[in-house]
Design a protein around this ligand. Sequence first.
Ligand code: G1P
Length: 299
Amino acid sequence: MQRRAVRKAVIPAAGLGSRLLPCTKSQPKEMLAVGRLPTIQHVVEEVVAADIATICMVTGWQKRAIEDHFDLSHGGLHALKGSAEELGVLADRDLNRRLFYIRQAEQRGLGDAVAHGEQFVAGEPFLVALGDTILYSPTEPRLLRRLLEAHAAADVCATILVEPVSPAEVVKYGIVSPIGPVADHGPTLIRDIVEKPAVEDAPSHYAVASRYVFEPVLFEALARTRPGRGGEIQLTDAIRLLLQEGHRCQVVPLQGAERRYDIGGFGSYFRAFCDMALRDPAEGAGLRAYLRGKLAEEA
Ligand code: G1P
C-alpha cells in the first residue's frame, strides 16, 4: 500500500510555560537556549531534516519572539556570524515562505492547538512535533524518518513516538496500551491511550513522546472531543476516540542513544542544556573538563 507522503508539520508552541517562571514571564519557553540554539530552532531543524518543508506553528500570547527568530533580521544573514552549517535552517533564505503561524487565542489544550492546523493541513497526512521538546537522534535512520516510514507502511490513522518511563512518571504523560510487547524495531499497534493516568490505572509504562504522524481524520475526532484532563481538549482523548471507533493506531519507540528533552520544566531543561553543551564541537571538551573538576571538588 502506498500512502501519501507527509509534507507538512504542525508545531504547537502556545503553552504558557508556567513551570519555567520567571524565565517565561516575557519570553516563550520555546526561545530558551539549549546549547547554541533556541529550543524551537532545534525542533524546526529536526523537521526540515526529515524533508518536511512546510510548517505551521501554533503560537499565542507572548510568543511573537518565535516569529522574529526566523526572520533574516537586521539587513540580512550577513549580520549573523557563522557558516551555513552553523546557522542551520536560518541559512535557508526561502524557509520563511514555508513557515506559517496561527494563534491559539485561548488556552484550551494541546488538542485544540493541533485543531488550529486543520486549514493549513488541508486534508493531507501530517506530523505533529511539540515545540517545547527536542529529540536527539544521533544515528541513521533518524527518529522522524523511522516514524514517517512506519506510518507510510501501515494502514493506520496515527503513528506515535513512545518511550518507557518509570511508574512515578506515568502521571505526567499520555500512556498507551500496546497490543503485545512493544518491539524495539518496528511499530506496535495499540488498543487504548490515556492522558496522565494514576500509576495504578496506567495500562503500560510507554509514554507518548511528543512526535506524532496523523491522517487528517484526526481533525474530525478533535472536533468531537470534549474537555478532559485539566478541563482542556486533549490530543490523547481524540486519539482514544479514533481507537474506540475502530481506527488503527501504532507506536514506535525511541531507540539506543536517542533522547527526548522536554523544555517544560527546570529539571529536564537543565539536563537538556548540559547534554547539548557537552556535545558542542567547540565548547564540549572544555565544559567536560570543567565539570569533571567541579564534581571531583564536591566528591
Ligand atoms: C503532552 C501530551 C502528553 C504527552 C506529553 C509529552 O503533555 O498531552 O500526552 O505524553 O505532551 O509528549 P504536556 O507535557 O503538554 O502536559
